[in-house]
Design a protein around this ligand. Structure first.
Ligand SMILES: C[S@@+](CC[C@H](N)C(=O)[O-])C[C@H]1O[C@@H](n2cnc3c(N)ncnc32)[C@H](O)[C@@H]1O
Length: 401
């Protein structure tokens, strides 16, 4: 099952100042150190601030209007903070019962004063004993729509142990909040989640994604501009989680013919031990999987001498994928090879007609990264065959030569 880029292309929001960009951009980890330059009380800063990027109400309203058109009689936010997501639901849907949980006592007190009709409790969603007896947890059993913008990180803690439906696993903090909220509230119409992009792609959250996808389908709505959350540098994504498992291959239905990307698929052929470094008339640039990091950083491949002519030479705009060994997400990038380059037998190239096409191709592959990993098989080193890769590319809207 994959992370579908549902309706991303159609989701150019009305307002010119809309916070949503489309399509999804390059993955970046959470750069905590960039956020806080002061060394004084650095830890406290992190703990407090990272938890408090409240969602602008107008953005939440836009997302709800676009993505959840039906009525939401009971809307729940398990990390409600200032209640912006609930306020948006209450503005968009008529007669909505808003239910909120937050560990911040002050935030809940302020919210109670502002919205006496809402059911609000102090509690920690990641601690069973803290929320179980709360009014919010009990009333939330009738949840129609779950709204979430969980904390992305807490201090130096990047991962937590979490239990979901009896499975013990490790995940990011944001993902743990998503899991526990889904488990507790079982939203009838699904969930709208603002989360770091990493919950979609990271190794750390792979197990969590697997368990979520056994009950729900996950759709990427779009990427949020960095400025959406004042001071935040994290790449955030708006996600829709709908009840029910997505039919295999259904994501292809969301990619129209107009969106198809033409690529020429080239398999490398030179065993790396045949490649001898050197320069001369018969030398040609050579790329092996171990060179991908340097290429992504902007270097051009170095030359080697090649005796006989080999298949698997490419130039121009390409995306390189490993044939042997799991591809690294960060290395799936558009590249430009200035000269004809020999690929090692551990690589594939997707040759594109322009830089824009290569950017789009890399982006689409990255957005479906977890599915891509499924086609790398093998008991020893995992590898992919030309046919399996070709089928996968076709499924994801590529036209392959
Ligand atoms: C990023 S803010 C989002 C608030 C609100 N959902 C919004 O979008 O405006 C995260 C909130 O989660 C709360 N929080 C963090 N960890 C929590 C936990 N384990 N249980 C409940 N609330 C938590 C923080 O107090 C903070 O108010």
């Amino acid at each position: 099952m994959g992370w579908e880029q549902s309706g991303m292309r159609s989701l150019i929001l009305n307002s010119p100042k809309s916070s949503l960009t489309t399509p999804l951009k390059r993955k970046e980890g959470h750069q905590e150190s960039e956020l806080f330059t002061s060394t004084i009380s650095r830890r406290r800063w992190v703990e407090v601030d990272l938890d408090r990027y409240y969602t602008p109400i107008s953005l939440a309203e836009e997302l709800l209007l676009k993505e959840f058109r039906g009525e939401a009689c009971v809307a729940v936010d398990s990390t409600c903070g200032t209640g912006n997501l609930l306020a948006a639901a209450s503005n968009v849907y008529r007669e909505t019962q808003c239910i909120g949980l937050d560990r911040d006592r002050n935030a809940i007190s302020a919210l109670r004063r502002k919205n006496p009709g809402w059911i609000l409790s102090v509690g920690e969603i990641l601690k069973d004993r803290s929320y179980k007896s709360t009014l919010a947890a009990n009333a939330g059993a009738r949840c129609d729509l779950l709204l979430l913008n969980p904390p992305f990180s807490q201090g130096n803690q990047k991962s937590v142990q979490v239990t979901y439906e009896g499975h013990h696993l490790k995940s990011s903090i944001a993902m743990a909040n998503i899991l526990k909220s889904l488990e507790l509230f079982k939203p009838k119409n699904g969930a709208m989640v603002i989360a770091p992009e990493s919950v979609l792609f990271s190794e750390l959250d792979a197990a969590a994604r697997h368990y979520i996808e056994s009950r729900y389908s996950i759709h990427i709505i779009g990427e949020l501009h960095n400025e959406t959350f004042r001071g935040a540098r994290v790449r955030s994504t708006a996600i829709k989680i709908l009840p029910g498992v997505k039919a295999k291959g259904s994501s292809v239905n969301t990619i129209s013919v107009a969106d198809s990307i033409k690529v020429n698929l080239v398999r490398g052929s030179m065993p790396v031990h045949f490649a001898k470094s050197g320069r001369g008339r018969d030398s040609i640039p050579f790329v092996h999987s171990t060179d991908l990091k340097d290429l992504v950083l902007g270097q051009q491949p170095s030359s080697i001498k090649i005796g006989a002519s080999r298949n698997g030479r490419v130039s121009g705009h390409v995306v390189l994928l490993t044939r042997v060994g799991i591809p690294k997400l960060d290395f799936i990038q558009p590249l430009e090879l200035h000269e004809e380059t020999q690929l090692s037998d551990c690589l594939f190239a997707l040759c594109c007609s322009s830089k824009t096409k290569a950017i789009t191709a890399a982006r689409r592959i990255r957005a479906n990264y977890s599915n891509l990993l499924d086609i790398y098989r093998g008991t020893g080193a995992r590898y992919v065959t030309v046919q399996r890769l070709k089928n996968w590319l076709l499924e994801y809207g590529f036209e392959v030569n």
